[in-house]
Design a protein around this ligand. Structure first.
Ligand code: NA7
Length: 541
């Protein structure tokens, strides 16, 4: 019987399959969660909306999509064999290779047999008498499990702004995170890109060379930094493989789980010339060195931040030929690093091309999408293709689009209406046996995802081995965690921008710290301490 036929017949017959655990999503976290739970001997079903594994690396196929983490720090660390088998071709690997890597992992550990693809979860309801979740799919299929792990990703609920007339456009339109598998031919076409976040910054220089004409609609100018990608030489590949223990040790020690870490000195303690020399040196390095390798106070002190921000502005101005365009591209309304810094390759040079135009939509706002294109306050632009590079309803959106119902039928969407409420970023009070395996600990993704996945697997093992049937966070532990998250977040400059870190990118979304801003080692230590104290802050029954 084929998988889809089985699903259809289950839905029709009303048959409800039972598992120990259901994992929603097979991105980086979900794949590893499946591996870990199966290792414990649990029966697991993994439900994935997409047609393949990879999550972010399955959906985001837009031209130019790639890591901003160093490739050697992004791969899983749990299998020595895997580390030795896989060769990273580029220092900042691109989406096709990243998707191949995650498929390789799925095959190597024989994970596919527990994954059901093309399966969108619509609801999950907790049965308090049976201590089991009932999960329902769009197809009508239902299944039950004692535990649900939502490995739904932090950047997976796409944001298409509610412009009037979005559906009236007669040409083609795409959101970057739902880019088709087949090549999209933009040759010679009139193309619009809305948004100038990390995605647009990666994509624009590539498609600018292909399109007939490109119009970029920018709401907020972003600080970016040069990526400086290159191929991994054979010698470097050998070095990676010989030093993976050191690479992973380093990532466990740094603030954000990256290979980079902040300079312990305060920027303004150095004379201007010395500071500038450090900035220049950082600028010449690849990756996030300019952000996460910078002076420690650039994320906490506005004066220090502004000093570096001005250096970045000069770098932008030097690359854009038309001073009026350059001024539009220079960010002035938020601190450097208060949004995740897009890493670019020839982004600003794209605006020196004759076929690229920048429209500042703070000056001339988009009024509506029309059948022919985009109407701003001063004119209508005609296009063959509109690309929405407008980001995500980050972190909470992928959870609240599933109708989770906890104790007393409480809806998660209602509970989080004024902001995300969790304990340890991992669970939420009133929703027993539900774990959130999405990395919100301000961290290099896989490095932190592994910690989270292992913590969840250990917790589930503890519950089962000790004869409990349910575990749930106390409201008091949650209140304290939320207050603590807000407190550590407010010590940084992260809330000073309208980015997705604080829910500020979506109109009407409650503003709250969605990321845990304390250094990753402190987060890891806190999670370990809670477990060591017999799951302090939880009620086990
Ligand atoms: P981002 O970084 O959230 O960027 C989205 C872009 O879309 C950004 O320039 C937004 O402007 C723009 N946007 C969003 N809504 C609108 C509306 N209503 N009108 C005009 N422009 C809008 O998402 P990305 O996909 O680029 O990157 C997400 C993460 O992926 C990134 O942080 C990396 O970690 C990888 P705004 O700045 O909000 O004014």
């Amino acid at each position: 019987m084929t998988d889809s036929f089985q699903k259809a017949s289950d839905a029709q017959s009303g048959r409800v399959e039972n598992f120990d655990a259901i994992v929603i999503g097979v991105g980086v976290s979900g794949l590893y969660q499946l591996y870990r739970l199966r290792e414990l001997g649990l029966s697991v079903r993994c439900l994935e909306d997409g047609g393949g594994v990879g999550g972010t690396w399955y959906w985001n196929r837009y031209p130019g999509c790639r890591f901003d983490s160093e490739s050697e720090s992004y791969g899983y660390s749990f299998s020595k064999e895997l580390l030795q088998e896989w060769d990273w071709k580029e220092h900042y690997s691109g989406q096709p290779e990243n998707e191949r890597y995650l498929n390789y992992v799925a095959d190597k550990f024989d994970l596919r047999r527990d994954i059901q693809f093309n399966s969108r979860v619509t609801s999950a309801v907790f049965d308090v008498r049976a201590n089991r979740w009932e999960v329902r799919l769009e197809s009508g299929q239902r299944m039950r499990a004692q535990f649900v792990v939502a490995a739904v990703g932090i950047l997976s609920a796409r944001n298409i702004p509610p412009f009037e007339g979005v559906d009236s456009f007669k040409g083609e339109s795409f959101h970057t995170s739902r880019w088709p598998k087949e090549k999209v031919d933009l040759t010679g076409k009139r193309v619009a890109v809305i948004g100038t976040g990390a995605t647009a910054v990666q994509m624009i220089p590539i498609i600018a060379k292909e399109v007939g004409h490109l119009t970029v609609f920018q709401r907020t100018a972003n600080y970016t930094a040069p990526l400086r990608n290159s191929l991994v030489s054979d010698e470097t590949q050998r070095r990676f493989k010989a030093t993976y223990p050191e690479i992973h040790k380093r990532c466990k020690e740094t603030t954000g789980g990256f290979l980079h870490d902040f300079d312990r000195r305060a920027a303004l303690d150095l004379p201007r010339e010395e500071r500038r020399a450090v900035y220049e040196q950082l600028w010449s390095l690849p990756g996030f060195s300019k952000w996460l390798g910078n002076f420690r106070d650039i994320m906490t002190d506005r004066v220090a931040n502004e000093d570096f921000a001005e250096f970045v502005r000069e770098k932008i101005r030097a690359r854009v030929k038309d001073p009026a365009v350059a001024e539009k591209l220079v960010p002035k309304d938020h601190p450097f690093g208060s949004k995740r810094v897009p890493l670019e390759t020839e982004y600003y040079e794209a605006y020196n091309r004759d076929n690229v135009q920048l429209v500042d939509i703070k000056e001339t706002p988009i009024e509506r999408i029309t059948p022919k294109g985009i109407k701003t306050s001063d004119r209508e632009y005609e296009f063959d293709v509109i690309i929405y590079a407008t980001g995500f309803d980050a972190i909470t959106g992928s959870m609240t689009r599933i109708d989770f119902r906890g104790e007393g039928g409480q809806s998660l969407k209602d509970k989080w209406a004024n902001g995300m409420r969790t304990y340890l970023q991992l669970v939420t009070a009133g929703f027993p046996n539900l774990f959130i395996a999405t990395n919100t600990a301000f961290c290099n993704y896989t490095v932190c995802a592994e910690t989270i996945v292992e913590w969840i697997a250990d917790c589930i093992r503890y519950v089962r081995e000790n004869g409990y049937s349910r575990i749930v966070a106390t409201p008091q532990a949650e209140d304290e965690w939320v207050a603590h998250t807000n407190e550590v977040g407010s010590r940084t400059l992260l809330s000073s921008a309208n980015g997705w870190f604080v829910g500020g990118n979506i109109e009407g979304k409650a503003r709250a710290f969605l990321l845990y801003a304390n250094p990753a080692p402190a987060y890891r230590a806190k999670c370990a301490e809670v477990a060591a104290k017999g799951y302090e802050g939880f009620v086990l029954r």
